[in-house]
Design a protein around this ligand. Structure first.
Ligand SMILES: [Zn+2]
Length: 91
């Protein structure tokens, strides 16, 4: 799975805006569950899910700051994300 650094974090809010066509979590590619007002990936509360969200946020920040070692950071984050997904998501 290609890492989407700018995707959603598993939450979809049903506010004034219309919801996206598909409610697929960009963290773990699981389909979100439909709640009353908030739609969320069933894994959002899992520690590993939060960790991936954190890793992605760090990479986005590095991109914004134009860090020199962005490539290295991205690579390290990708490895860690893949490891976590492999461990926790069974397809
Ligand atoms: Zn998810």
């Amino acid at each position: 799975m290609e890492t989407n650094w700018h995707g959603n974090n598993g939450y979809f809010r049903n506010g004034a805006d219309k919801l996206p066509d598909n409610l697929i979590c960009d963290i773990c590619a699981t389909e979100a569950k439909v709640g009353k007002r908030i739609f969320a990936c069933p894994n959002v509360k899992e520690p590993w899910h939060k960790k991936i969200a954190r890793l992605k946020r760090a990479v986005r920040l590095s991109e914004k700051n134009k860090d020199r070692d962005l490539r290295k950071k991205k690579l390290a984050a990708t490895k860690e994300i893949e490891r976590l997904l492999k461990k926790h998501i069974t397809r």
